[in-house]
Design a protein around this ligand. Structure first.
Ligand code: ST9
Ligand code: ZN
Ligand code: ZN
Length: 341
């Protein structure tokens, strides 16, 4: 009898995790860990990644020193440029186009975004999207690759230093990836990633400053390749850590993602994360932010103007307001108006 009862409890836990109904309890109470559904989880540190990140961070610090002591001004501007286009490969490409299908893009734009994405080395588009779809479907459970219930460090970068929880693998199998399998640009990038990634992330950013304005080779390597790559990684990771912890929840107070203006600016518009988890199909990933705190929206609007991006999806103001009043934390303007009535 006891065994059957436990089995039922576990089955219930699984159903709750997968369907994610809106809990009526405030957020802190929803943080109760979900009962494990598979074999006991044990940490397996991946030392190869620990060593790689140790090298990257040491190199990035040295790169910062070089920025102030000997890098040419042109190299510094070039760092900003590569950070921007490699960031667009993540935000406008992997995230808004491929993971959420917020808009459609012609082959030229998809190819451009695949190049930008390969310059960011955050795994190929297919793997990135699979992890991200699992994150949205199973947010803050063991099946979420960067479950923020496991703390700031784990959700920021720790999840890349250990083997994944078994639930990520098991529940991730339910994710439909057929749309990406039909996109030849995604499959081309996946197949050639071992060649494309090192060329785009490390070789091009080192060669351009050396050959175009005579930068010293080591300076170009540490500043434009290693430092730039590491900083863009941290900008991205903040979305999984800070933007799941510190900020307001105008649209849904029952989930961990928040609106965080600093992450909004640093991560090119991906810090409006409470809105994004509530309405993941909106190509702007926000309701109010202008271009300054949403560089990605500016990028997509530009290509829509050019005719390369089309079918941009947004959410009607009325629907957003209804949701804010129903599940928000009271910080949304519509919520305040509603209270005054
Ligand atoms: C990086 C990614 O940094 C960052 C992503 C951040 C996302 C942020 C999102 C927020 C919005 C956008 C913001 C953009 C802001 C941009 C701002 C710019 C300034 N589903 O992975 P394996 C299965 S990457 C289903 O090896 P391990 C699958 O069968 C950094 N199944 O697991 C797979 O086999 P196969 C550079 C899944 O062994 C098998 O498991 N890269 C799923 O536990 C094994 O998979 C690195 O550091 C799933 N989700 O190892 C390397 N996942 O492949 C990182 C797995 O055949 N990766 N399976 O399909 C690794 O070394 C390893 O993955 C590991 C785990 C050690 C982390
Ligand atoms: Zn999230
Ligand atoms: Zn998303």
């Amino acid at each position: 009898l006891t065994g059957t009862g436990t089995g039922l409890l576990l089955a219930e836990a699984e159903v709750v995790t997968e369907q994610k109904p809106i809990s009526r309890k405030p957020l802190p109470q929803t943080k109760t860990p979900v009962k494990p559904t598979g074999p006991k989880y044990e940490w397996h540190i991946v030392w190869r990644n620990v060593l790689a990140f140790a090298y990257l961070h040491t190199g990035a610090l040295y790169g910062m020193y070089l920025v102030f002591t000997q890098a040419k001004l042109a190299t510094c501007f070039y760092v900003l440029f590569v950070s921007w286009y490699s960031g667009m490969g993540i935000t406008a490409g992997a995230h808004r186009l491929w993971a959420h299908k917020c808009y459609k893009a012609n082959a030229a734009l998809r190819l451009l975004l695949a190049f930008c994405n390969s310059s960011a080395f955050q795994n190929h588009i297919y793997e990135w999207v699979r992890d991200h779809r699992v994150h949205h479907k199973f947010t803050d459970t063991d099946a979420d690759p960067h479950n923020s219930n496991r703390g700031f460090f784990f959700s920021h970068m720790g999840w890349l230093l250990v083997r994944k929880h078994g639930d990520v693998r098991h529940k991730g199998k339910a994710i439909d990836m057929s749309d990406l399998e039909k996109d030849w640009v995604v499959m081309f990038q996946k197949n050639f990633y071992p060649i494309l990634m090192p060329i785009c992330t490390f070789v091009i950013p080192t060669m351009v400053p050396v050959y175009l304005w005579g930068e010293d080779g080591w300076t170009a390597w540490y500043v434009a390749a290693v430092m730039r790559y590491t900083l863009v990684l941290h900008g991205t990771w903040l979305v999984n850590s800070a933007a799941h912890m510190w900020g307001t929840r105008p649209y849904d107070k029952f989930i961990s993602p928040v609106e965080n203006v600093y992450v909004g600016v640093l991560a090119f518009g991906e810090g409006w994360h409470n809105y994004h988890h509530a309405f993941p199909w909106d190509y702007k990933t926000s309701e109010f932010s202008g271009y300054s705190a949403n560089a990605t929206t500016a990028f997509i609007d530009f290509f829509a103007w050019l005719g390369w991006a089309y079918d941009l999806k947004t959410v009607k103001a009325e629907m957003i307001e209804k949701r804010a009043i129903r599940t928000g934390d009271g910080s949304h303007p519509a919520d305040k108006q509603n209270t005054n009535k």
